[in-house]
Design a protein around this ligand. Sequence first.
Ligand SMILES: [Zn+2]
Ligand SMILES: [Zn+2]
Length: 176
Amino acid sequence: MSLIKIIPLQFSAVEELEIMLSIISNRFKIETRLSTRPFDMTPYFNPVRSQYNANEIIQQLVTSAGDDNKIVGITELDLFIPVLKYIFGQAYLGGSAALVSGHRLHNSRYGLAEDPKLYSDRLLKCLIHELGHAFGLKHCLKPGCVMVSTTYVEEMDQKSDIFCHTCQEELAELTA
Ligand SMILES: [Zn+2]
Ligand SMILES: [Zn+2]
């Protein structure tokens, strides 16, 4: 595995991502870069749901990943998959692409004062979680592990951005 590429897909706070590159690179022991490219999100908009179809976007990302790379798209648009009302992110287990949305990670969405630090903590957790799936990690039940599945931001705030010992060992094997 040679490279992790983070691609903003309609995501304005690119400087947020630059700060996270070295953390992600350290966590996976793989070089991580920001890669900007034109990507039109309009074909993935579902007017009935007023959301964007995550599965279709990931399929598009897969085609540009290249054999050795993992690609994570990051957007501030609201994402869905057909069976769920919304998602924070999506990845195929052991696949080459993942997708994360910051749309529902803002405190202001829940009637609370905006908290930029909390927002970027949540974003980092989502990125590491979805990348974990892309590398082949499944959901973990150990409290605090970044691979714990979360549906609400409150749950996300209960977990850390690091892998538990078991996930860390599994990841080492998967990326060896
Ligand atoms: Zn997950
Ligand atoms: Zn774990």
